[in-house]
Design a protein around this ligand. Sequence first.
Ligand code: COA
Length: 150
Amino acid sequence: MEIKCIDSDKAPLDLLLLADPSRDSIASYLHDSVVFLVTIESKPVGVSAVVIKGKVAEIKNIAVATEYQHRGIGKKLMEHIKLFARKSQLDAIKVGTGNSSLQQLSFYQKSGFRIKGVITDYFASYRPEIYENGIRCIDMILLEHKVISA
Ligand code: COA
């Protein structure tokens, strides 16, 4: 397995769409992002797009190909992002996810993120309404990982 930083133009859209189904949304942040690609024997199996603002990195997208999930690849990719943030002397890594995204909430908290806030009704106007795990996605949960300097 290899993790490297790639040109945003070369980011695999099929993987980005797993985490963010809106092409317009992806287009709004991709070219301002640092993009990390995970490959296994040259095959792209994971991706993350991270936007740096000041001393904070915001994970805009992180995804592992469906057939490669639950094998520790997401965790390794997150460790790589944390190392990047430490080397770049950033203060924190932030991410936002839906209240109904139980898998992602588990993944981020197991990766050391803490809940820092909620934007209520963030998804309230989305049509069609989004349901996951039988729960309406309506609020945005904000999570943060503080970067510990070396
Ligand atoms: N339910 C509960 N916990 C889960 C989980 C699930 N479905 N998927 C992963 N986790 C936990 C694992 O149990 C593991 O914990 P452990 O270290 O105690 O064993 C930890 O998260 C890391 O798991 P890992 O195998 O590295 O995760 P992954 O490679 O499957 O990647 C995602 C996790 C979220 C990136 C991946 O599932 C994915 O791409 N999902 C679709 C896209 C998405 O929703 N992205 C996030 C929104 S931007």
